[in-house]
Design a protein around this ligand. Structure first.
Ligand SMILES: O=C1O[C@H](COP(=O)(O)O)[C@@H](O)[C@H](O)[C@H]1O
Length: 458
């Protein structure tokens, strides 16, 4: 794996811009704690930056609380030494103060909404940045294809590409990374994964979680941008890419870019897509209001909470195979998996009967699992086929997805971050669907929260 070299051997200083935000408390600090408590943990300094007035003491308490579930000596040291800097990140002079406090070996993590990240990057352009500085940017990377391109251009003026970490925590999920081992370290599956044998591929990420107080962000993003444009297209890239020569940053991300460049909506105008929004309902013992009645939601945004799009990959391996990507919130079940459905056999010997379901290879994202659904000879009538499932429960990775992502940033290894051209491709691929939806060419269906989605979709 390649790692950007730093000028200094001092421990890396992780500076979180947006330290007071939800992302920092919910994901970044617990992710850092999980890394520090693992054998891969290393000494690191931590500085929290936000615009509101606070103190080192108050910030230290927040870090301590977030670290409570994964205590370690390294975590204790960080808590004791961490500092808070009040700063307006859109102002160069303020950022200069932040960089001075951080010292030479620094990773700046923008845990900020895209518009503020853009302002902060513009402000950084006026400064001389420390050599080897890492810039980590949260998703969504831009708000569309054009803005992602211009943000990439701006970043090119700041640091070389290998020092830019476009964070997508799905690339840190051990269950997503399982795809690489499963496909490229075993001879039995990879030769079958092509249009010759595969009828369709489904990448599904259904959640029972609803809005969880995130209207400010989600009501502008919706399920397509929140999940498909970012996470699920990267999963598709791992599921469909050609075997790379190595899994270093160059080869792995090159392979992802290559397959995404060949990917497009099944129908060029994006109208094969589907969208829906949840109405009032119950999930377990939770009663949920309709999405449009959730606090902070503006019904005029027509935001979808369930999105599906079908994609084609125009290359020799996958021509003609639909890849169906779907994700939604407030659904009855948590179904999160990649499913390769195989074509029927060319000829079923006559006399063998009762073929009910196609062969399927299912890779569970949560929980981590592997299933092979097959038809075999039945118990009673030996010529009647019965379904059988070979099931394996897999170990989840030792680190949380954010722990994995932070580890790669602190090590300066961009392998598990989204390369600039990959980020642009992801926006290009969904652009026709976004356009069709804006023009109301695809109707928005509804489903009661706690169900499997709109009845017309089953
Ligand atoms: O980035 C996001 O991902 C989560 C799902 O990922 P998980 O690792 O938390 O299961 C999703 O709920 C959220 O809406 C989205 O912004």
């Amino acid at each position: 794996m390649t790692a950007a070299t730093s000028e200094s051997s001092a421990p890396r200083t992780l500076v979180i811009l947006g330290a007071g935000g939800d992302l920092t408390a919910r994901l970044l600090l617990p992710g850092l704690a999980s890394l520090l408590a693992s054998p891969r943990g290393e000494a690191v300094r931590l500085i929290g930056v936000d615009r509101s007035e606070s103190s080192d003491e108050a910030w230290r308490k927040r870090v301590e609380t977030a670290f409570a579930d994964a205590p370690s000596e390294l975590a204790e040291k960080i808590v004791a030494e961490t500092a808070y800097v009040q700063a307006d990140v859109s102002d160069s002079a303020s950022l200069e103060r932040v960089l001075a406090a951080a010292g030479p070996n620094v990773a700046l993590y923008f845990a900020l909404p895209p518009a503020i990240t853009l302002l902060a990057c513009k402000a950084l352009r006026k400064l001389e940045l420390p050599k080897g500085i890492m810039l980590a940017l949260e998703k969504p990377f831009g708000t569309d294809y054009a803005s992602a391109r211009s943000l990439n251009r701006l970043l090119q003026h700041l640091v070389p590409e290998e020092q830019v970490f476009r964070v997508d925590h799905f690339l840190g999920k051990s269950t997503v990374l399982n795809l690489l081992g499963l496909r490229f370290a075993n001879r039995i599956f990879e030769p079958l994964l092509s249009a010759d044998n595969v009828e369709r591929v489904d990448i599904v990420f259904d959640e029972q979680l609803a809005l969880e107080g995130r209207a400010g962000y989600y009501d502008r993003a919706g399920a397509l941008i929140d999940m498909i444009q970012s996470h699920l297209l990267l999963v598709l890239a791992f599921a469909a890419m050609e075997p790379p020569a190595s899994v270093d940053a160059e080869d792995l991300r090159g392979g992802m870019a290559q397959v995404l460049r060949a990917t497009r909506p099944w129908k060029a105008n994006g109208t094969e897509s589907r969208r829906a929004r949840y109405g009032a309902g119950t999930i377990g013992d939770r009663k949920l209001p309709a999405y449009i009645d959730e606090q902070g939601v503006d019904p005029s945004h027509h935001t979808e909470t369930l999105a599906e799009m079908t994609l084609a990959i125009d290359n020799w391996r996958w021509a003609g195979v639909p890849f169906v990507l779907r994700s939604g919130k407030a659904l009855a079940d948590t179904r999160q998996e990649i499913v390769f459905t195989f074509k029927p056999v060319p000829h079923l010997p006559s006399g063998l009967h009762g073929m009910k379901t196609p062969a399927r290879l299912r890779i569970g994202l949560k929980p981590a699992s592997l299933d092979l659904d097959l038809m075999i000879n039945g118990e009673d009538d030996p010529f009647e086929l019965d379904p059988v499932a070979l099931h394996a429960e897999l170990q989840a990775g030792q680190l949380s997805a954010y722990g994995e992502v932070l580890s790669s940033i602190l090590e300066g290894d961009p392998t598990l971050s989204v390369r600039g051209d990959v980020a642009e491709q992801c926006w290009r691929i969904v652009a026709p669907v976004l356009k069709a939806w804006r023009k109301d060419e695809v109707s928005i269906d509804t489903y009661p929260a706690g169900t499997a989605g709109p009845r017309s979709w089953h």
